[in-house]
Design a protein around this ligand. Structure first.
Ligand code: C2E
Ligand code: MG
Ligand code: MG
Length: 251
């Protein structure tokens, strides 16, 4: 009973440039708003929606609203603030994905260079040809592609280099263990080194502390998101944050 119009909506988590402290984008994260007003998290409804075939409709509602939001801040003059949308493996199985994304951008008036798609490693690994076919036309329009939760899947490194990815999102599990475990910092450094070699951008997920922020900044990670800067917020709040963030500091 969740498929009524816009029962699923995005909240926006800021992504921040580690060297300048500027907000450079947001990730759209789905929320399900029940009639009672209660909000349900995606960890609960995405797996169910995937198995019962509703993921396409939910993805469409969230993507369209995310594109509308980004078009709004673009028109306000924040023309370098991007929007990232999560696309689940199941959505790649449908032939409508490309058209859905193109229509969402066109209807919202969003320049394609501002849209980023986040996909997990599993899609890339299980069906690279399909990924290339779906993503190819979008990439040539300027849409960018990120690997989400990087480091947790079973990436075939040879294949990764040949796929059209622009961004690695370093999984939160490595970030939250940065200062408690010996392996996590080594893994993060390895991912940053690999990204540099491949010419890819890096985003660290789930930064909660000053120490984590510092570690990543000193090692040249490009961007981060996490509760340390902000949890996901409403569109209006996100736009307020961008405005405050861009205001020159008082002398
Ligand atoms: P994800 O894409 O890896 O998103 C990051 C998750 O980490 C989000 O959880 C976010 O709220 C949470 N997070 C961000 N910063 C912090 C932090 O500092 N500490 C902690 N502990 N958590 C943080 P959320 O919103 O519950 O989303 C969970 C997952 O659900 C997402 O993981 C994504 O895989 C999926 N998802 C969310 N929205 C959509 C959607 O529209 N479509 C699809 N297909 N999947 C979605
Ligand atoms: Mg994501
Ligand atoms: Mg992630």
């Amino acid at each position: 009973e969740g498929v009524e119009k816009n029962a699923f909506l995005p909240v926006f988590q800021p992504k921040v440039d580690l060297s300048t402290g500027k907000i450079v984008g947001a990730e759209a994260l789905a929320r399900w708003k029940l009639e009672s007003g209660r909000i349900v998290s995606p960890g609960v409804f995405i797996p169910v929606a995937e198995s019962c075939g509703l993921i396409g409709e939910i993805g469409k509602q969230v993507t369209r609203q995310a594109c509308e939001g980004a078009a709004r801040w673009n028109e306000m003059g924040f023309t370098d603030v991007s929007i990232a949308v999560n696309v689940s493996p199941r959505q790649f199985e449908s032939d409508d994905l490309g058209a859905m994304l193109i229509n969402a951008m066109a209807d919202a008036g969003l320049p394609p260079r501002l849209l980023q798609l986040e996909i997990t490693e599993s899609v890339a690994v299980t069906d690279p040809d399909r990924l290339r076919n779906v993503i190819g036309p979008l990439k040539s329009m300027g849409v960018r592609l990120a690997i989400d939760d990087f480091g947790t899947g079973h990436s075939n490194l040879a294949m990764l280099g040949r796929l059209p990815f622009d961004v690695f999102k370093i999984d939160r599990q490595f970030i939250c263990n940065l200062h408690t475990d010996k392996q996590a910092p080594a893994i993060v450094e390895m991912i940053l080194g690999m990204a540099e070699t491949l010419g890819m951008e890096t985003v660290a997920e789930g930064i909660e502390t000053k120490e984590q922020e510092q570690f990543l900044r000193r090692r040249g990670c490009d961007q981060y998101q996490g509760y340390y800067f902000s949890p996901p917020v409403t569109l209006d709040r996100f736009i307020e944050m961008v405005k405050e963030n861009r205001r020159p500091a008082a002398a």
